[in-house]
Design a protein around this ligand. Structure first.
Ligand SMILES: *[C@@H]1O[C@H](CO)[C@@H](O)[C@H](O)[C@H]1NC(C)=O
Ligand SMILES: *[C@@H]1O[C@H](CO)[C@@H](O)[C@H](O)[C@H]1NC(C)=O
Ligand SMILES: *[C@@H]1O[C@H](CO)[C@@H](O)[C@H](O)[C@H]1NC(C)=O
Ligand SMILES: *[C@@H]1O[C@H](CO)[C@@H](O)[C@H](O)[C@H]1NC(C)=O
Ligand SMILES: *[C@@H]1O[C@H](CO)[C@@H](O)[C@H](O)[C@H]1NC(C)=O
Ligand SMILES: *[C@@H]1O[C@H](CO)[C@@H](O)[C@H](O)[C@H]1NC(C)=O
Ligand SMILES: *[C@@H]1O[C@H](CO)[C@@H](O)[C@H](O)[C@H]1NC(C)=O
Ligand SMILES: *[C@@H]1O[C@H](CO)[C@@H](O)[C@H](O)[C@H]1NC(C)=O
Ligand SMILES: *[C@@H]1O[C@H](CO)[C@@H](O)[C@H](O)[C@H]1NC(C)=O
Ligand SMILES: *[C@@H]1O[C@H](CO)[C@@H](O)[C@H](O)[C@H]1NC(C)=O
Ligand SMILES: *[C@@H]1O[C@H](CO)[C@@H](O)[C@H](O)[C@H]1NC(C)=O
Length: 496
């Protein structure tokens, strides 16, 4: 049955395309003028129908007295090539655990630099429309690691296959550099970096063949929290037209200050200072030295955790209050979680042949529950919300049977990279990937309509009256994508 439907849709596809007058207007000009310079991209043999522009600056290098501060727009740097990635931002990380030891393709292993405010753009050479929708990817990593080009998060093959959209990835400042928690610097410079990317794209994406009126923000884990924060921070001017937030929500109550910055200053060469003197001293420390201090402080779980805190600008202390006052962008949201989130965080031994000790799912405590509370809140306010459970368990992504659909295991299906590192995927895995990809693009392409999967099946809104979710990738289910009642969420979120 599944194959029958697929065959029909394949037959129809060329006809639909032939009728689109905007088709066959490829953007052959790889040199694009932007507000931060004129950049020449390239085409790789691995994706002959994909224009790539890598390493375009969107902000001034946040160095010297710009460290810990809101990002500044990049000036016009003149003409340059955009043909290779720039370093990722400085990040914490002891590089242990399943992600680093077993599946490093989820991580950015490139060099790190404080000069890291760069973005990457992938666009179709044979776009199905003159201006295609844009998906802006906000990577996860607990606000302490992550960047714009982890191998599993490179979308070239997705765009090569569909020619339907543009994907943008980027680095934002992390840890103490992005979330210094300093009383007098900017508390959440990293969240402002994300906003600056959105503003840069509004000004410039048309030159790359993108439609600035049809952009969505998509984030996973900490990236999902960051995406949701933008809805509260820019209620009237979100710029984007929709959100996708995977495997995390956003806390309703957020702390307004911590002593982390001052505490760390005591361990660096900035002891016994306060205020501006302390800040200036901390801005002068060599970036790798500062990062090392943070890493050392991290051995104590109560210290060194530089994350967003409420500043009343980019993150608010009381989101319930914002909601009651209507101070939130009421845009459509796709949200959900994977069925085995927690497995990714259990103590990991590369040689183990049995699951590690610990509670092997269901749920990842805060992560899945954060998603669920976001769903209920939004349904209560009647904001358009589309909910999924990712039920995929694919051994070429998570090559240990107890990991299954762990945290992040959905990402390779979105980016179309699932087949690239541990063998080809099954037909079912490919079809699951196509279903998710189509739904994501569908939200960007037409944010006012219910998203559709690759077979044209409509995704029902989650409402207070009708609790429906889409299940992706359940091998024992009727299809790679199908509608289920929300009770299935109870089984896999754990108690909330
Ligand atoms: C490509 O775009 C650049 C920047 O707008 C422009 O200077 C150049 O003339 C264009 N090249 C072609 C072949 O259209
Ligand atoms: C370009 O393709 C080569 C293989 O032909 C690959 O090794 C390389 O990673 C690709 N580069 C980019 C930036 O996609
Ligand atoms: C590595 O970092 C993770 C996350 O911060 C922590 O849970 C784990 O205990 C650390 N491992 C080691 C060996 O320090
Ligand atoms: C947080 O800010 C308040 C008001 O400025 C201050 O009284 C309090 O001491 C601060 N707490 C910490 C942990 O810095
Ligand atoms: C900070 O003050 C303490 C107590 O007065 C002193 O022992 C320490 O040497 C001072 N540290 C620096 C770096 O000045
Ligand atoms: C947040 O705001 C709501 C609505 O104004 C209020 O009922 C609640 O007590 C506030 N929460 C906190 C922790 O202040
Ligand atoms: C895993 O096995 C290899 C080969 O026997 C060994 O070198 C390594 O130390 C083991 N790692 C752990 C964490 O047990
Ligand atoms: C798991 O816990 C049991 C009982 O505490 C212990 O015997 C076993 O060695 C542990 N296994 C691992 C892999 O840590
Ligand atoms: C998959 O579907 C079966 C019913 O066919 C259900 O029992 C199971 O809970 C589902 N698993 C997941 C992870 O969704
Ligand atoms: C994943 O699927 C395998 C069979 O292919 C099964 O043995 C394993 O229990 C599943 N893992 C999880 C976490 O569901
Ligand atoms: C990968 O698997 C798919 C589905 O099973 C198949 O159609 C395709 O030909 C395979 N590709 C390669 C390169 O083996």
């Amino acid at each position: 049955m599944r194959f029958h439907i697929l065959a029909c849709s394949l037959l129809l596809a060329p006809l639909t395309r032939a009728r689109d007058p905007d088709r066959e207007r490829p953007n052959h000009n790889l040199t694009v003028k932007t507000t931060s310079g004129t950049y020449t991209g390239f085409i790789n043999s691995t994706g002959p129908d994909v224009n790539q522009w890598l390493g375009i600056p969107y902000g001034r290098p946040p160095l010297g007295d710009l460290r810990f501060m809101p990002p500044k727009k990049a000036p016009d740097y003149g003409h340059a090539d955009a043909k290779s990635y720039r370093p990722v931002c400085f990040q914490t990380g002891n590089r242990t655990g399943a992600f680093w030891e077993l599946m490093p393709e989820f991580q950015n292993t490139d060099s790190q630099s404080e000069d890291c405010l760069y973005l990457n753009i992938w666009g179709p050479r044979k776009p199905v429309q003159a201006k295609v929708p844009v998906i802006i990817w906000v990577c996860g990593g607990g606000f302490r690691e992550g960047g714009g080009h982890a191998p599993y998060q490179v979308p070239d093959q997705w765009i090569q296959r569909t020619q339907t959209h543009i994907v943008v990835t980027f680095n934002y400042r992390l840890g103490i550099f992005g979330f210094p928690n300093s009383p007098i610097a900017n508390k959440n410079a990293g969240l402002l970096d994300i906003r600056l990317v959105v503003e840069w794209l509004k000004d410039n994406i048309a030159g790359f063949g993108g439609d600035p009126e049809r952009m969505v923000l998509y984030g996973q884990s900490a990236g999902a929290t960051a995406v949701l924060s933008q809805a509260y921070a820019y209620p009237e001017t979100p710029i984007v037209r929709g959100f996708i937030a995977s495997s995390a929500g956003i806390g309703t109550n957020n702390p307004t200050n911590t002593t982390l910055f001052h505490d760390l200053a005591q361990t660096a060469e900035c002891a016994n200072l306060t205020g501006a003197a302390e800040l200036e001293c901390m801005q002068r420390i060599d970036a790798p030295v500062l990062q090392r201090k943070v890493n050392e402080a991290n051995t104590d779980p109560n210290r060194g955790v530089f994350r967003p805190i409420a500043d009343g600008v980019s993150l608010f202390a009381n989101l319930t209050e914002r909601l009651e006052k209507g101070l939130v962008a009421k845009l459509p949201l796709i949200t959900g979680f994977t069925y085995n989130e927690a497995a990714a965080f259990l103590p990991f031994n590369i040689n183990a042949t049995a699951p590690p000790n610990g509670t092997v799912s269901p749920g990842a405590g805060g992560l899945a529950c954060g998603v669920r509370s976001q769903i209920l809140t939004r349904a209560g306010y009647g904001f358009p919300t589309y909910v999924y459970l990712f039920s995929g368990n694919f051994s070429n992504i998570t090559p240990r049977y107890w990991l299954g659909g762990m945290h992040s295991s959905d990402i390779p299906l979105v980016f179309g990279t699932h087949n690239q590192f541990r063998g080809n995927s099954t037909e079912f895995e490919w079809q699951t990937s196509f279903a998710i990809e189509a739904a994501w693009v569908s939200l960007a392409a037409n944010p006012l309509a219910d998203p559709r999967d690759h077979l044209g099946q409509k995704w029902p809104k989650y409402t207070e009256a009708s609790h429906q979710v889409v299940v992706f990738g359940n091998a024992t289910g009727p299809s790679e994508s199908y509608v289920e009642s929300a009770e299935i969420l109870d089984m896999y979120s754990g108690p909330c």
